[in-house]
Write a protein that binds this ligand. Structure first.
Ligand code: URA
Length: 263
């Protein structure tokens, strides 16, 4: 650890694509980083990536791992994490053949289905989940009962959760006027608070029966069956890097929904 080519550990970890600088600092604090077999918790510790054995969760990091961007259609019944202390199935179990250390960008609940981005590009992951410019996400929610106009308006304006109102959301009731018992909503939110959509709908008296994410920024779920994944194209990666949240327009045509960014 005393060679002259030493660099701060958090920088080595982020350059290797394992996590953003901020997330790397957290890994260090949590005692998940070792250098030559010793756990390092002291922030600012330096190491030589060409000579030292640097590991995160026991896995040796390689410098300059190729960046990988994966879009998974997560089925219900999987946890969004790399490893689960309760030994439930994780989204990583679905990524057969992926050798890079990719991790999920944000989270979908165990019971939620839909598209999830996984990457080893720590800087992009940090950007997409940064509270100031979080990417917009669209969900299709089947709920108990049929929400009326007042409930929809409350969802649009924002719902106080944990003492803080949710940001304005785009909400469309797809099956308005039908006499079936369950409402189907397309809802776009611009932050990623814990169980946010479920808690918003619970608050207006229409608990979620099933929830599916159908869009994440410029990415949508077309073509992927639950459990399937694919690499993003270069064009999609570029779009994601440049993405700015905006108003989403939602068209409902003859019972089919079409959702697209309005820009
Ligand atoms: N909101 C939720 O309630 N759950 C999810 O999985 C995602 C958003």
């Amino acid at each position: 650890m005393n060679s002259r080519n030493t660099i701060r550990l958090q920088k080595i970890i982020s350059q290797a694509g394992v996590a953003s600088r901020r997330a790397a600092e957290k890994l260090i604090e949590e005692g998940r980083v070792t250098v030559n077999g010793e756990t390092v918790r002291e922030m600012g510790t330096k190491a030589d990536p060409t000579r030292d054995d640097i590991r995160v969760d026991g896995r040796r990091i390689k410098s300059a791992e190729r960046s990988r961007y994966i879009l998974l259609n997560k089925p219900a019944g999987y946890v969004t994490t790399r490893s689960d202390p309760q030994r439930r199935r994780t989204v990583i179990d679905l990524l057969h053949g992926v050798k890079e250390y990719v991790y999920p960008v944000g989270r979908l609940d165990y019971d939620t289905q839909g598209i999830l981005l996984l990457t080893n590009d720590g800087d992009l992951a940090a950007k997409l989940t940064h509270p100031r410019h979080e990417v917009d996400r669209t969900y299709e929610a089947y709920v108990s009962g049929m929400p009326d106009d007042e409930a929809i308006e409350r969802l649009r304006r924002g719902i106080p959760l944990d003492g803080r109102r949710t940001r304005p959301a785009d909400v469309v009731l797809v099956n308005k006027g039908r006499r079936v018992g369950a409402g189907v909503l397309i809802i776009t939110i611009r932050e990623g608070r814990n169980r946010q959509v479920r808690r918003m709908l619970e608050a207006v008296g229409h608990p979620v029966q099933s929830l599916r994410r159908i869009r994440f920024g410029p990415l949508s779920d077309s073509g992927l069956r639950p459990g399937e994944w694919r690499d993003l194209s270069e064009v999609e990666v570029e779009k994601l890097k440049k993405w700015k949240s905006g108003k989403v327009s939602i068209e409902v045509e003859r019972g089919h929904r079409r959702v697209r960014g309005d820009r």
